[in-house]
Design a protein around this ligand. Sequence first.
Ligand SMILES: [Cu+2]
Length: 188
Amino acid sequence: MNLKYTSLAVALALLAPSLAWASCSDLKVEDPWIREAPPGAPAMAGFAQLSNKGGKPLTLVSASSPDFGSAELHQSSLEAGQARMRKLDTLTLDPGQVLRLEPNSYHLMLMQPVRGLVSGDQSLIELRCDDTSSAVVKFAVRPPTVLKFQGPANPEAHHCWAPPATPAPATRCSRCCSGCCPRACCRG
Ligand SMILES: [Cu+2]
């Protein structure tokens, strides 16, 4: 190898670290929690505050948990007065960016619970970044807070649920349905 190519190789080696993808180790996860759902609910939602403490963009590509059949990154939004949510293939945080996963916004859609999770339980969720690194985060299950009325119920909002105004064991929801979102859960 002549001097010219040696210099090039050294230059590339020095450059390489700055070309590397941001790693999940730059991901800071605060206040991770899962909203409790009625027994038998097909899905639950997970929330947290995410921040990128690194100097490069950080991209989440997937999530999984032994407590759920599958997990997806979702975003809820209001479109023409209708509450909608869609699956996100990736979620990118710029350096220093803080992003809240919260009801009616970004969330983790946790589908097919494999065990009954109730308030006080914990669930491990693995978040994966686009460089194949990952972070395992312990989420705490908490009671649902009553959701504000957000317009007509969305049939696709399968995780929308709020307890009745005067909760009593006999009237707790046994399932979620398209009528769940506005104020309370469905009966029966
Ligand atoms: Cu969702």
